[in-house]
Write a protein that binds this ligand. Structure first.
Ligand SMILES: Cc1cc2nc3c(=O)[nH]c(=O)nc-3n(C[C@H](O)[C@H](O)[C@H](O)COP(=O)(O)OP(=O)(O)OC[C@H]3O[C@@H](n4cnc5c(N)ncnc54)[C@H](O)[C@@H]3O)c2cc1C
Length: 340
């Protein structure tokens, strides 16, 4: 561990913003003198980085130059600094009071995409955590590999898809994972196997956390996907069909975060919410979509407070009418309230 750099990083962050209330102007700071090449921004509005286009600022927002740079950054970051890794923010609501600590944005940075092997019956693809899921779907099709088509319609990153076990139309991310590449809070990069996780519907959990703590201590740096051989034309047609179904059924012209609630076994949340007469229900600028009842859209000026209040209202109304408790799929983070 480089304790000298850790101390330097601590004082650099303190001098430029650590402990400051998340208010005032956004600002960028130079990390080069610590041998770190990424970009550090202070008070970065997370509304710019979440598909709901709402919410408060991250106290600090770090965009690593690459995986090595991220490793050095994490290693030298003061150990008490909270870290939150995000992808494309397509499943995320940051409360209006903002987020304390450092957000690490890996989208468009950890972007390696490689065909590792192709043996006539199947192939192995490595994708960095920052790659958009749609790119893997197209890359697999190009290399005559099947079963990645479903990823074309998921507007997140590989890291987000691994963290959420994202899926649709009967397929899920972890069905095609052979192994994952991890980066931990000390900057170590290593491999984990699927057996290390309890994989569930839109959730995954490390079976045995190395350290028992409420805070996250490791993240996905990349994934290795094992896919059977397929037909390029068929895969491309399947992708087109899946995208057309989404365009027809989802309010893609308004900011949203996809399905707000998980589907209960054997049923669909959208059906339940619609049956309770909640389509069009709104709070401030947040509204239950008229096109897809499990989507909450930002009609223009929604705050994160509006969106969260509407999520809770829908939950309460459905429970009152049906006795079914809706479970949130979207992740809500940060402090309540308002930033100045
Ligand atoms: C229009 C629309 C349609 C959608 N359709 C679907 C769908 O069909 N199926 C589906 O499953 N989802 C769907 N989603 C939700 C969303 O796209 C997925 O959950 C996606 O996997 C989130 O990826 P992300 O990169 O945006 O993650 P983010 O929203 O940035 O983060 C989501 C969570 O993952 C964690 N995370 C992100 N990157 C990493 C990493 N590298 N390591 C560890 N943790 C990480 C974050 O900390 C956070 O807790 C949809 C969303 C929208 C807006």
């Amino acid at each position: 561990m480089n304790t000298e750099n850790r101390w330097d990083m601590g004082s650099l962050l303190r001098d430029t913003g650590i402990g400051m209330p998340a208010s005032g102007e956004a600002k960028m700071i130079n990390m080069n003198k610590l041998g770190i090449n990424g970009e550090m921004r202070l008070r970065e509005p997370m509304s710019k980085h979440t598909s709901w286009r709402a919410g408060g600022c991250a106290e600090r927002y770090y965009i690593p130059a690459d995986l090595r740079d991220l490793a050095v950054f994490l290693r030298d970051l003061p150990t008490d600094e909270p870290v939150y890794v995000v992808g494309l923010g397509s499943n995320l609501l940051v409360r209006d009071g903002g987020l304390r600590g450092t957000v690490v944005a890996v989208h468009a940075q950890l972007e390696e995409l490689q065909l590792i092997e192709h043996n006539g019956s199947n192939g192995l693809i490595y994708a960095g955590a920052g790659i958009a899921c749609a790119k893997i779907a197209r890359f697999a099709a190009k290399h005559r590999l099947a079963d990645a088509e479903f990823l074309a319609g998921i507007p997140g990153t590989v890291g987000g898809a691994l963290a959420m076990n994202a899926g649709c139309f009967g397929a899920e991310t972890w069905q095609v994972v052979e192994r994952v590449q991890i980066i931990d809070r000390s900057g170590n990069v290593f491999i984990r196997q699927p057996d290390d996780y309890e994989v569930g519907y839109r959730s995954i959990k490390l079976r045995q956390s190395p350290i028992v703590t409420a805070k996250e201590t490791e993240w996905f740096a990349g994934g290795y996907f094992r896919l059977p051989c397929g037909d390029q034309t068929e895969s491309r047609q399947k992708i087109k069909r899946l995208l057309a179904r989404r365009i027809a059924s989802q309010p893609l012209n308004q900011p949203n975060a996809g399905s707000v609630f998980r589907n209960p076994p054997g049923d669909y949340e959208a059906r339940l919410i619609e049956a309770c007469g909640l389509k069009g229900l709104s709070i401030g600028g947040a509204m239950v979509s008229g096109k897809h009842a499990n989507f909450i859209v930002n009609t223009g000026n929604a705050t994160a407070t509006d969106i969260e209040a509407l999520i809770m209202l829908v939950q309460n109304r459905v429970e009152q009418k049906t006795g079914i408790e809706l479970i949130q799929e979207v992740r809500v983070i940060g402090d309540a309230g308002r930033q100045s």
